[in-house]
Write a protein that binds this ligand. Structure first.
Ligand code: ADP
Ligand code: ZN
Length: 213
C-alpha cells in the first residue's frame, strides 16, 4: 500500500500516518521530521532551520533527493506513507517520475480537509513527545499529566513553528503551493477527500473505509 497524505498544517496528517503505519505495517515518511533531524551545527542545518522558522518550503531538490533515497530502502518494499510530501506541483512531478522509474504507483492520495480557523486552534494547542513522537492537544487529546507523555512519560515539547505568526505563513504557503495538488491527483483518479473533523478514531475509520472501498 502506497499512500500520500495531503492537507493543511494541523489537519492531522502525522496522527493518521502513525495509525496507518500500524495498520498496514509500512513506514511513515515525514519530510518535516526528516528536516527537523538535520544537524543544526552544519551550514545546511542552519539554513533549513531558518526556512522552517519562516514557514516557507525548503528547496525542492533537497526533499526530492531525500525521498528518492528513502523509498528505495528495503522497508519500503511493501509500501509507505508519504506525510508532508509532495508539497507543490514540482515535487509531485518529480515523485511521479521516480515511481515510474521504479515501476511503482501510488494507491491513494488522502486529502484531509480542515478550515483555516480550525488549523490555528489545533496548532497552537499541539505538543509532541520528545522521545516517542506521540502527539497531544490541550483540548482534543490532553495528556493525563500536563507536559508529560502518556506512553513513555517523557517530556512534551511544542514545535517552534507552531506559533501564530508562522502558522499564518504556513497556511498561505499551503493555499498557494500545496492545495493545487488536490486537482493534480484528482485528475490521476486516486484522490480521497476526508473531512478532518471529529475524533482521531472517527477520522481514521473514515480514511480506512475510503481506502478499502
Ligand atoms: P505541517 O504540515 O504541520 O506544517 P511538517 O512537519 O510537515 O508540518 O513541515 C514543517 C516544515 O518543514 C514546513 O513548514 C516546511 O518548512 C518544511 N517542509 C516539510 N516538508 C516539506 C517539503 N516536502 N518541501 C519543502 N519543505 C518542507
Ligand atoms: Zn512518549
Amino acid at each position: 500500500m502506497r499512500l500520500i497524505l495531503l492537507g493543511p498544517p494541523g489537519a492531522g496528517k502525522g496522527t493518521q500516518a502513525k495509525m496507518l503505519k500500524e495498520k498496514f505495517q509500512i513506514p511513515q515518511i515525514s519530510t518535516g521530521d526528516i528536516l527537523r533531524a538535520v544537524d543544526e551545527d552544519t551550514e545546511l542545518g542552519v539554513e533549513v532551520k531558518k526556512i522552517m522558522a519562516a514557514g516557507q518550503l525548503v528547496p525542492d531538490d533537497m526533499v526530492v533527493d531525500a525521498i528518492k533515497e528513502r523509498i528505495r530502502q528495503a522497508d519500503c518494499a511493501t509500501g509507505f506513507i508519504l506525510d508532508g510530501f509532495p508539497r507543490n506541483i514540482a515535487q509531485a512531478e518529480k515523485l511521479s517520475e521516480t515511481l515510474i522509474d521504479m515501476s511503482l504507483a501510488i494507491d491513494n492520495v488522502i486529502d484531509l480537509e480542515l478550515d483555516p480557523e480550525e488549523v490555528v486552534e489545533r496548532l497552537t494547542g499541539r505538543s509532541t513527545c520528545s522521545n516517542c513522537g506521540a502527539m497531544f492537544h490541550q483540548v482534543s487529546r490532553p495528556p493525563k499529566v500536563s507536559g508529560v507523555c502518556d506512553g513513555c512519560e517523557s517530556k512534551l515539547a511544542q514545535r517552534s513553528d507552531d506559533n501564530i505568526e508562522t502558522i499564518q505563513k504556513r497556511l498561505k504557503v499551503y493555499e498557494e503551493s500545496t492545495a493545487p495538488l488536490k486537482e493534480f491527483y484528482k485528475k490521476q483518479g486516486n484522490l480521497i477527500t476526508v473531512e478532518a473533523k471529529g475524533s482521531v478514531e472517527e477520522i481514521f475509520s473514515h480514511v480506512c473505509k475510503m481506502i478499502e472501498r
